[in-house]
Design a binder for this molecule. Structure first.
Ligand SMILES: [Zn+2]
Length: 364
């Protein structure tokens, strides 16, 4: 048994940057640090953030987040008492020795939240500059055998989601605009000519807010003064489709393909969460508050985790649809196929059913 007071003392002393820094070289990024995420196959800096201010780390890609204790438990695969012992050693506190005269320190107050970063709407509206040389857009236009009706949707869908293009790096920009049409940030990813992510490139992944915080030419965007709060890709469409069910896939690319294949309509439209972390009651609040039906579409490797997340929401109008990865999937798609791979194979071998609702086997 470890003395509860010793645990309090350790929790007061422990610093996330010390703990993650004991295993990885940290890069300073504004007031935060970053390193490659140890919890997913991460090849680019930028997703895994270590915040000394909040004393936590979190990954914007795979959704892992936690304090120093959770980091040690998950990274070293040890239990809670051993994580406390690890920290005791680090901070020279003998956790297994009793100390009758010991008084625990008062809990450290949480810093007040910083105001939310919002970006000018004009940035989003300038999106078309250079869009014709964007690899993802090129692949969508020329690499898929859409039928005439689907093809007619392409421009409309690219407009609807404000798909942008970074001229310097060639990355596609997926703006994250909230339900009140505030531009919160954007995710930038580089694609290969075959429509898959380019994970080897130097500029393969970035966030608009991280790039701004790093860029000394924009002193008004300062990580010490504002905080980026990501939202789901497509959240801004809630007001355009006030009565629609919300279909949520993981990747932004898949959301685009589904919207082109089936069209965003009065009764259904597509969003992407980008990662498990975004499937929380807090992030989905605008949708839940409106009492909308939510249908989640996990990729092959996420079925159990997404079901657990859906359960945790404690919301009656949410369902998980595994048809794309269980019923539509064929061995030729490969074990690692995601929904986009399956759907593109189906589109390429016409015809596909006229509406996605035909596919949905369960009515939540
Ligand atoms: Zn991660």
């Amino acid at each position: 048994m470890i003395d509860a007071n010793k645990i309090l003392l350790i929790k007061d002393r422990m610093r996330i940057e010390d703990v993650v820094g004991a295993f990885f070289d940290l890069k300073k990024s504004g007031i935060e640090y970053t390193c490659l995420c140890p919890f997913h196959d991460d090849r680019h800096f930028g997703s895994f953030k270590i915040s000394p201010r909040k004393n936590i780390a979190k990954c914007f890609s795979c959704g892992w987040h936690g304090d120093p204790v959770k980091f040690l438990m998950d990274y070293l695969n040890i239990d809670y008492p051993d994580a406390i012992r690890w920290l005791g050693k680090k901070y020279s506190i003998d956790v297994d020795m009793e100390d009758k005269h010991f008084t625990p320190p008062p809990p450290r107050p949480l810093p007040p939240p910083l105001p939310m970063l919002t970006l000018p709407l004009q940035w989003v509206q300038r999106r078309h500059r250079g869009i014709e040389c964007n690899t993802l857009v090129k692949w969508i236009c020329t690499g898929i055998r859409w039928d005439a009706a689907q093809r007619a949707h392409i421009d409309e869908v690219l407009d609807e989601y404000y798909i942008g293009h970074n001229q310097r790096t060639g990355m596609t920009i997926f703006w994250q605009i909230d339900e009140e049409q505030r531009v919160r940030t954007g995710k930038m990813m580089l694609y290969r000519p075959d429509g898959h992510r380019d994970r080897e490139a130097r500029y393969g992944f970035d966030w608009i807010h991280s790039a701004l915080f790093r860029d000394k030419r924009h002193p008004e965007y300062d990580a010490e003064k504002v905080e980026a709060r990501p939202t789901l890709f497509g959240m801004h469409l809630l007001s355009k489709y006030p009565k629609a069910d919300v279909h949520i896939v993981e990747s932004e690319k898949t959301a685009l393909l589904m919207a082109i294949a089936y069209g965003n309509r009065a009764n259904e439209f597509w969003m992407a969460c980008g990662g498990l972390e975004m499937l929380s009651a807090e992030r989905l609040k605008p949708i839940i508050d409106q009492g909308r039906r939510i249908i989640l579409y996990p990729d092959c490797d996420g079925v159990a985790k997404w079901k657990a997340k859906a359960e945790n929401l404690r919301y009656t109008r949410v369902a998980v649809n595994t048809d794309p990865v269980l019923k539509w999937w064929l061995p030729e798609d490969g074990e690692k196929a995601d929904i986009a791979d399956v759907v593109v194979r189906m589109i390429n071998s016409h015809p596909i059913p006229k509406t996605v609702t035909n596919y949905i086997s369960k009515d939540p």
